[in-house]
Write a new protein. Structure first.
Length: 418
């Protein structure tokens, strides 16, 4: 019905009226029947043509005028086709654009009454013929106008629903990103507390040994300096995403992890995925144990979320591969699967918000998440640079690039985007 909407657009009313007048003029000149149009017929037709053009923006006025001309034409001319068509078309325009339905039905009743005046005093058979003619002169334009009106309203409602759905998706995306930032903000407390506690402890040791001028004083102060530097780096990375401390949700709380414990934490995440029925091949560089707390935490959360997505979308009996390597200080991380599992597995959530949360974590650390199909499966990978967080002096800000949604495969499992 799209072409109908374009044909009967409100902006084209004048064009429709002009075409209608030209058609009526052609009827009078070339198709008026066996007898040439009379002067009265020409006058009534020209007045009808001019009224249609002058009132093309006022359908109710046009209908009343055309109905009046039709009522005048019945006793004066034998061929009232021009005035009947003009009145019927006026009813069509009014039906399409009237603001209140009551106006439509009153106008239809008016036109029907005018048409029936031509049958007053006629035999019953001719009266019945006139009543039947109302289906064409009144019923057809009324029905067509209602169909166009309904189609236009349905199209408007569909556009509103699409706009509302788009706003809902944008709102959910913003909420997911805000929730992930809130989770990282909670990590800020744990990371800073860890380093500050170490600094306080070491300063206490320094104060204790200063009295005896123990040669360990220099070593202790060096250690304090190194720990303070690490704390400042971690704080700078996490403060860049701290937005609304009051909006932190209790269920989004994440705790910091000791860098040396990261390999064991990754092994635990792999084991949980294997318990869900997934075959996981893990290649983890032992050097991940030397990462700073923030990047180590990001690697762990990315791994948990990616393996959870494999279980949810690729299904049980799928084969997945985890690769984590440290090259020149940068962390190269990748999780891929073959997409050949049987049914989705029920596994605990990975603690994030799918690709949105993973992308948020990566962008905070100055990287870019790449996600997309590979063969029959899916691959997610990134590189966490050794530099500072995006948006800080150490690293220029990056423009976020949304990751592609995970498509539905044709196999037995049909996952939705994470």
């Amino acid at each position: 019905m799209g072409w109908v909407g374009r044909l009967f657009d409100a902006r084209d009313t004048l064009a429709r009226m002009l075409l209608l007048d030209l058609s009526g003029l052609g009827y009078l000149v070339f198709g008026g029947g066996q007898h040439a149009p009379t002067t009265t017929q020409w006058v009534l037709a020209l007045v009808a043509f001019g009224t249609a053009l002058a009132c093309h923006r006022r359908p109710l006025v046009n209908l009343v005028a055309q109905a009046a001309l039709l009522a005048v034409a019945f006793p004066l001319v034998d061929d009232t086709t021009i005035n009947q068509v003009g009145a019927s078309w006026a009813l069509l325009e009014l039906t399409m654009w009237a603001e209140r339905p009551r106006t439509i039905w009153l106008a239809a009743g008016l036109l029907a009454a005018v048409d029936l005046t031509d049958s007053i005093g006629d035999p019953a058979r001719r009266v019945l013929s006139g009543v039947f003619g109302l289906t064409v002169e009144v019923g057809l334009p009324l029905l067509l106008g209602l169909v166009i009106r309904t189609t236009r309203e349905l199209a408007r409602q569909a556009e509103e629903r699409a706009a509302a759905e788009q706003r809902r998706r944008e709102s959910e995306s913003r909420a997911a990103r805000a929730g992930e930032r809130s989770a990282i903000a909670r990590e800020l407390h744990d990371v800073v507390a860890h380093h500050v506690a170490s600094m306080v402890l070491r300063v206490g040791v320094a104060r204790h040994v200063l009295a005896d001028l123990d040669p360990r004083v220099s070593e202790v102060f060096d250690d304090v300096h190194g720990t303070g530097t690490a704390a400042l780096n971690d704080l700078r990375r996490l403060v860049a995403v701290l937005r609304d401390p009051d909006g932190v949700r209790g269920d989004a709380a994440l705790t910091a992890i000791e860098p040396a414990a990261l390999p064991a934490a990754l092994d635990a995440a792999v084991d949980r995925a294997r318990q869900a029925g997934i075959t996981v091949e893990a290649e983890v560089d032992p050097a991940v144990g030397t990462l700073d707390a923030v990047r180590g935490q990001a690697v762990l959360r990315l791994t948990q979320e990616a393996l959870t997505n494999v279980a949810k979308h690729a299904g049980t009996a799928a084969r997945a591969r985890l690769a984590v390597a440290v090259v020149d200080g940068a962390v190269h991380w990748e999780v891929s699967d073959d997409g050949r599992g049987s049914v989705p597995a029920a596994v605990p959530a990975g603690g994030g918000h799918g690709l949105t949360g993973m992308r948020e974590r990566v962008e905070v650390l100055g990287g870019r998440l790449e996600a997309g199909p590979t063969g029959a499966g899916w691959r997610v990978r990134t590189v966490l640079p050794a530099g500072g967080v995006a948006g800080t002096p150490d690293s220029p800000a990056r423009t976020p690039e949304p990751a592609a949604p995970r498509p539905r495969p044709a196999g037995p499992h049909a996952p939705e985007p994470a």
